[in-house]
Design a protein around this ligand. Structure first.
Ligand code: ANZ
Ligand code: ZN
Length: 848
């Protein structure tokens, strides 16, 4: 009998599937559709375990859905523009395109090894002109819709990579997500997409996403950051003209407790209002604040700094004059860039007032009581209004509405909703990205490139000398064009687009990836979309997923799409973790291959080592190479292990012993099925049916299906496969038709998880057609019924006998059966039954 040698069978079947074109997405037919998608990779050239896990999860789902009778779209492509290609190219003296395409070749070959059922005919790369042609076309759509605009903006400037970063690309400690440099502030003319127009929809429609993890929805909601409040106006005292400071507040109910008004240092009024005496100090302060990161400026635990500028404002509600200050904790970009300071009820204002000896006036108390005079901390909860004129005694939430009404009536302000979300800064001063299809004409100004002239090709003849300005700014041949509108000599836009734009619509293109006349056929995109199951890392919870939702809504409003959410169901898979060794003293990682597992000490210093699971990464030297594991154990074992070791959304600890375990399990299945085949297979299945085995088979069908239909508990689905395999192994009845059914069912249920071995063994049984073209096994509910149970009969709590009874007998019936039991009758004879207690499925007890 042949040994289980995955390397002998796996490449063979992969080739056969490719020849049969098993995985191509069919054109529309009357089957329901299913679109399964993993977040497409950046082509770094290297395939890591995190990729393998993500793609295997989606693949198992796609294969299951095919067997269930869906027509399935399961594509893959490359998120191929971006800085790493440019930087790598600079370091190695190659061209970003060459580097990128070489990596794509490598990764494609690796992916093909894993046995993923992709429709390779739809493969796309965002850096290819036939893709970015349509990225540019989309830019024009946004332009037409008034959603693309230019503005001078203070931007996050990465001084190492010489580029602008989106807020999302700045870490919480104010460093660039990529280069790690401290991000600086710089004023530049930039392109934006007006995502703020969609803030309310993006927030509200989160409710439609019932099959998304709550965690992701919360992160998006926080990112959008809706605040409901008011704009209130504080006139400047003694100003020549009517100058007033407008603040944004979420707490108009605290307006009687305002001690000061505070402007962001960048606020344009600061210049006009600063008195001569304060001039020098204010200028110095503004320069200092400009150097701080936004995070530092707003952190609750950092000391706040500020100063009065020598002017006063009037609180229209109290008629009192209050000083005007500037402070670092007020941001120019948020709200109106000005705040009313209410130390008694705001944590930051409280700290600020204490530090600078500003008055603290309580206007809300927990219950109806006298206002405290010396607060220990700000009181930020709702409560009862005090010291607030006609609003005294009201609940503060009610007072909020009334105060806004008064402000509107008096012309002192109005209700306002504010979102934390800002417009999306999409321009990058980089080469390796999609050119923005715009021409700057001295006469006409900004002119979009006509759609017929697309794509604006990214010129290839560039020299990337080092990190710095984009080479596009020096390519005169390319830069100089005629204005499409008036024909005058004009210049091309040299900025390229943020790569998050490329990935905000790739899932649409897969529905019609080869279309060279249009971005996609409308029927096709509306047939396949939305994506039924999207699988990817939680690190994309905000940016990629929010931008994709935004694009979808814009294109819906342009009449291109008939749905408003792109991803029906989202699964964020956990990380793959590897055993990581660290020096217990210094915390430094020590690569596993330098360590003697019997003696956990740092070979360099002799210090003790700690061992623990951490997310696999190059820098931690704790990764496991998918290629090596495949070479050692085969694709099916790697797939089974990654699916079995943890539920998809949880972190997975890589454990060589468990990989072995899966390999052994597949070996057992191999021997089990081959043993059956050798003994004659289904042809010799002449024996009588086996009820218990049949129940085990159908329990497996039920459980595996439920695991796959529900929350994709792929790990427990595999446990069910193991149970069925054990039941078959334990069966004495190997000649029964039931046993034959069991063997076939096991292979069918295994096919989505371990597609190669399932196929090989399936053919071994004599089938001509691929196991992956078979229908998912049908559950026979009657097979699940346990027909008889053993009923224990007791008299006064003592066991007196037992008997076989129908499993579905009710309490009364059980008592009747028990009375008829021979042993019971002996003990009951001549006695009066006082009570009979039946425990269904177990026993009947007679009290006499
Ligand atoms: C007075 C007040 C009293 C406030 C009180 C809070 C509590 P969210 O919820 O995040 O929108 N604020 C407004 N604009 C600001 C800016 N540009 N920089 C820094 N802080 C700003 O926060 C809104 C609150 O943050 C506003 O409500 C304002 O302080 C402050 F007991 O106004 B509040
Ligand atoms: Zn012109």
């Amino acid at each position: 009998e042949a040994k289980y040698e995955p390397q002998q069978i796996e490449p063979k079947w992969q080739q056969s599937w490719a020849e049969q074109q098993l995985d191509l997405a069919p054109e529309t037919d009357d089957r329901p559709k299913f679109y399964a998608l993993s977040m497409f990779p950046y082509p770094s050239g290297n395939l890591h375990m995190g990729h393998v896990r993500n793609y295997t999860i989606t693949d198992a789902i796609a294969r299951y859905k095919r067997m269930q009778g869906y027509r399935v779209l399961h594509p893959i492509g490359w998120d191929a523009f971006g800085l790493p290609a440019e930087n790598a190219a600079i370091d190695r003296g190659t061209h970003p395109a060459a580097w990128t395409y070489k990596n794509i070749e490598q990764m494609r070959a690796l992916l093909k090894q894993v046995g993923l059922s992709y429709d390779w005919e739809r493969e796309l790369a965002t850096c290819a002109p036939d893709y970015y042609h349509w990225t540019q076309w989309l830019f024009l759509q946004f332009w037409d819709a008034g959603l693309a605009y230019q503005k001078e903006a203070t931007v996050n400037w990465d001084p190492i990579d010489h580029t602008v970063l989106a807020n999302e690309q700045v870490d919480s400690d104010g460093k660039s997500w990529r280069s790690g440099a401290i991000v600086e502030k710089k004023k530049l003319r930039q392109w934006f997409f007006k995502i703020t127009d969609y803030a309310e929809q993006l927030l509200n429609d989160l409710d439609k996403l019932t099959d998304w993890p709550d965690r992701v929805k919360t992160m998006q909601a926080n990112w959008i950051g809706k605040s409901v409040g008011a704009e209130l106006t504080f006139p400047v005292v003694g100003a020549a003209q009517d100058i007033a400071i407008t603040v944004f507040t979420t707490r108009p109910d605290t307006v009687y407790g305002v001690s000061y008004v505070v402007l962001a240092p960048e606020h344009p009024l600061v210049k006009d209002l600063t008195s001569n005496k304060h001039q020098a100090a204010v200028e110095k302060f503004i320069a200092e604040v400009a150097a701080q990161s936004e995070i530092d400026r707003t952190a609750e635990d950092k000391p706040k700094r500020g100063m009065a500028i020598g002017a006063m404002a009037l609180n229209p509600f109290t008629g009192k004059e209050i000083p005007i200050w500037i402070a670092d904790y007020v941001l120019y970009e948020y709200g109106t860039g000005a705040v009313m300071g209410v130390p008694a009820h705001d944590v930051r204002d409280f700290a600020f007032a204490q530090q600078y000896n500003l008055s603290i006036q309580t206007v809300i108390v927990p219950q109806e009581q006298e206002a405290q005079t010396d607060l220990a901390e700000a009181y930020t909860d709702p409560g009862v209004m005090v010291n607030s004129a006609e609003f005294d005694g009201l609940d503060s939430p009610a007072a909020k509405t009334k105060i806004i009404a008064k402000a509107e009536a008096q012309g002192w302000g109005k209700a306002r909703i504010q979102y934390r979300l800002r417009d999306w800064l999409i321009s990058r001063q980089r080469y390796w990205g999609c050119p923005i299809p715009i021409i700057h004409c001295p006469d006409c100004g900004v002119v979009p490139v006509p759609a017929a002239d697309l794509p604006v090709e990214l010129p290839e003849n560039v020299q990337l000398s080092g990190r710095g300005a984009s080479p596009l700014t020096q390519l005169e041949d390319w830069l100089q064009v005629k204005c499409p509108s008036c024909g005058a000599a004009a210049r091309r836009e040299t900025d390229t687009m943020d790569t998050f734009i490329d990935s905000s619509w790739y899932f649409l293109r897969f529905t019609d990836a080869k279309n060279d006349k249009a971005i996609f056929d409308l029927d096709k995109v509306n047939d396949w979309m939305p994506v039924d199951q999207y699988v990817g890392g939680v690190e994309h919870a905000i940016l990629h997923l929010l931008y994709s939702r935004f694009f979808t809504k814009v294109l819906r409003d342009r009449g291109l799409l008939k749905f408003d959410e792109p991803f029906q169901r989202l699964l964020t898979q956990g990380m793959v973790q590897g055993m990581t060794y660290r020096n217990a003293v210094t915390g430094k990682v020590v690569p596993a291959n330098l360590i003697d597992p019997e003696n956990l000490v740092d070979p360099e210093t002799g210090d003790r080592l700690t061992a623990g699971y951490e997310t696999m990464s190059k820098s931690k030297h704790n990764g496991v190479s998918p290629v090596e594991v495949i070479e050692k154990y085969g694709r099916d074992t790697v797939r089974m292990f990654t699916l079995f070791k943890a539920p998809p959304e949880k972190d997975l600890e890589w454990d060589a012993a468990d990989v072995e375990g899966q390999s052994r399990f597949l070996g057992r299945v191999w021997r089990l099925v081959n043993g059956f085949t050798a003994a004659g297979g289904a042809n010799q299945a002449t024996g009588k049916p086996d009820k218990d085995l049949r129940r085990a088979i159908h329990i497996a069908i039920k459980e595996v299906s439920e695991d796959l239909d529900g929350d994709y508990q792929l790990n427990t689905a595999i446990s069910e496969l193991m149970k069925l395999s054990n039941a078959l192994q334990d069966s004495k009845n190997t000649k029964s038709a039931t046993y034959a059914e069991g063997i076939e069912t096991l292979l069918l249920l295994m096919a989505p998880f371990a597609p190669h071995i399932a196929e090989e063994l399936w053919h071994g049984l004599g089938h001509e057609q691929s196991v992956h073209l078979q229908s998912w096994p049908k559950l026979d509910p009657t097979a699940l019924v346990v027909s008889e149970i053993t009923l224990v009969v007791q008299v006064n709590g003592k066991v007196r006998g037992n008997m076989q009874v129908p499993a579905d007998a009710d309490r009364q019936a059980l008592i009747e059966y028990a009375k008829g039991c021979e042993a019971a009758q002996r003990y009951l004879e001549g006695k009066e039954i006082k009570k009979a207690i039946a425990v269904p499925g177990k026993l009947v007890n007679f009290v006499v």
